[in-house]
Write a protein that binds this ligand. Structure first.
Ligand SMILES: *[C@@H]1O[C@H](CO)[C@@H](O)[C@H](O)[C@H]1NC(C)=O
Ligand SMILES: *[C@@H]1O[C@H](CO)[C@@H](O)[C@H](O)[C@H]1NC(C)=O
Length: 479
């Protein structure tokens, strides 16, 4: 999970779960210190920072070494004291990693292994070769249902999000069992949609996109493709998680015709307004913003590729070793940890499928949302905004255009999608969407994908809602 890597300085800053971690005090002060260093570092202006390129590199190397030393000490300590005592998340022996083939299989492999059919469909949008995974019908029926759901994953993720929790729990399987034709997108730049018809994947032009482009071009193209295959009367419900919801609302604002084309939109853990975000990510936004920008200027366009400034800081966290697992635990600190809902047996599968690349522009675009409190297009700065948008500031997404029936699913312990921000979104939507508060105080941002009790807490409600929207002719009447 690359997002984890920018957060190394704050990993242990705030967490109840970390109390059981024997080295917490050491780490806590260490990361506090690093975080302060970082802050000092980024207060330097861009221009100075560029001039300082050499010192940036030195800085990064130093950081890398310090972090690596600390992790090595940590590993040593674990070896002496016993791993389980030190790491509450590690599921036992490292060999267990390969006990479950889902760790190494791709999405179609996993789906097929579980006895479902999986098709891969390819759609080309602005030259990006997008691969969509589809479970066309349930295990027991051989007929492809007309009713269709389109599942859009979140940041640093893929179609794997919807199946990692396994049959009976992963939403893709559940919706298939219920009688839906299930399509799972993979956004441009992720591991399943890496190619482009003309750009090389290490070129600046290739990575010159944010979720705005996915919303404005790719998802509409995919919906058009499904309609062309299945007929224009096909009812499609869109279900998005996290950034998948950002994409939904941006699309409904800039391509309002899709309000008529889709049947409903379900937003799991909506990420539209981010000003009240509780995650440590918030305090890192300015840093991520600056470092990603620096990376871009230095010619690294994929967010956190290995040899970028951020990548170097985080390279101690790469590789199939303990370090990697420890580093990836950061995800819990980022998104909240809900021990009761977390199935440790599946950790290796989650870790294997999380963390696929995205563009620096996506990261910066989110940082801008956090800092500005606005839901708006990419901010290029005054001059370039003038040139591109004709205005000094980027245009805001006009949520008054969203007329599609919407349901917002939210939870109290979601560090990325706070109650206040969800309610702001509710207020901005003219149709006054349906709301569902997940009945678990501890339910967090990623529990939507992997909660042990997903069927009881979430899936039943999702399935009921989709069924209702699909069968409700009332919505066909436009006032
Ligand atoms: C990136 O996209 C922006 C906005 O569409 C454009 O102005 C700029 O020239 C593009 N840069 C590259 C390198 O393609
Ligand atoms: C955790 O996942 C494993 C593997 O899929 C499964 O066998 C087990 O029942 C799950 N545990 C719980 C508590 O759901």
């Amino acid at each position: 999970m690359h997002v984890a890597t920018i957060l190394i300085p704050v990993i242990l800053a705030t967490s109840a779960a970390s109390e059981s971690w024997s080295l917490v005090p050491t780490f806590k002060s260490f990361f506090q210190e690093q975080s302060d260093n970082m802050k000092t570092f980024v207060t330097t202006s861009y221009n100075d920072a560029i001039k300082m390129k050499d010192s940036v590199d030195n800085y990064v190397e130093e950081q890398q070494k310090v972090i690596s030393d600390h992790f090595n000490n940590y590993i040593e300590d674990i070896k002496q004291k016993g791993r389980d005592a030190a790491d509450p998340y590690f599921p036992g022996d490292a060999d267990a990693l390969l006990d479950n083939p889902d760790v190494v299989l791709s999405v179609p492999g996993i789906i097929t292994r579980n006895g479902y059919i999986c098709e891969t469909h390819t759609v080309i949008s602005q030259g990006y070769v997008l691969n969509i995974h589809r479970i066309p019908h349930s295990k027991i029926r051989n007929i492809v249902p007309s009713k269709t759901v389109l599942l859009q994953h979140g940041l640093f993720a893929s179609s794997a999000d919807w199946i990692m929790n396994g049959p009976g729990k992963g939403l893709a399987y559940v919706l298939s069992d219920t009688g839906y034709d299930v399509w799972m997108t993979n956004i441009r730049g992720n591991r399943y949609s890496k190619h482009h018809t003309t750009y090389k994947t290490d070129s600046k032009a290739y990575w010159n996109f944010s979720w705005h482009d996915v919303a404005a071009y790719d998802v509409p193209k995919i919906i058009d493709y499904i309609l062309s295959m299945k007929g224009t009367n096909t009812k499609i419900a869109y279900i998005g998680h996290s950034m998948g919801t950002t994409i939904l609302f941006a699309m409904l604002a800039v391509r309002p015709e899709y309000n008529e084309i889709l049947t409903a939109g379900l937003a799991l853990a909506p990420v539209v307004y981010l000003s009240d975000m509780k995650s440590p990510l918030k305090s890192m936004a300015p840093i991520a913003n600056n470092l990603a920008y620096l990376d871009m200027l230095q010619g690294n366009y994929e967010f956190i590729p290995k040899n970028s400034a951020l990548g170097k800081i985080s390279s101690t966290c790469n590789g199939d070793n303990m370090d990697s697992l420890i580093c990836k635990n950061v995800v819990f600190y980022l998104c909240g940890f809900n021990e009761r809902q977390f199935n440790k047996t599946l950790l290796p599968v989650f870790l294997a499928h999380l963390g696929t690349g995205t563009s620096w522009k996506t990261a910066v675009h989110f940082s801008q949302e956090i800092l500005s409190g606005k839901f708006q297009q990419f901010d290029y700065g005054y001059l370039k905004n003038k040139k591109i948008y004709g205005t000094a500031s980027p245009p805001e997404y006009d949520l008054s255009k969203v007329t599609l029936p919407i349901k917002l699913f939210w939870s109290k312990n979601d560090l990325l999608s706070s109650e206040k921000d969800v309610l702001s979104l509710y207020d901005e939507l003219p149709s006054k969407p349906d709301m569902f508060l997940v009945p678990d105080e501890m339910f967090n941002h990623l529990d939507y994908l992997w909660a042990i009790d997903a069927p009881r807490l979430l899936n039943n409600e999702v399935v009921d809602s989709v069924n209702r929207y699909m069968n409700n002719f009332w919505f066909d009447i436009k006032f």
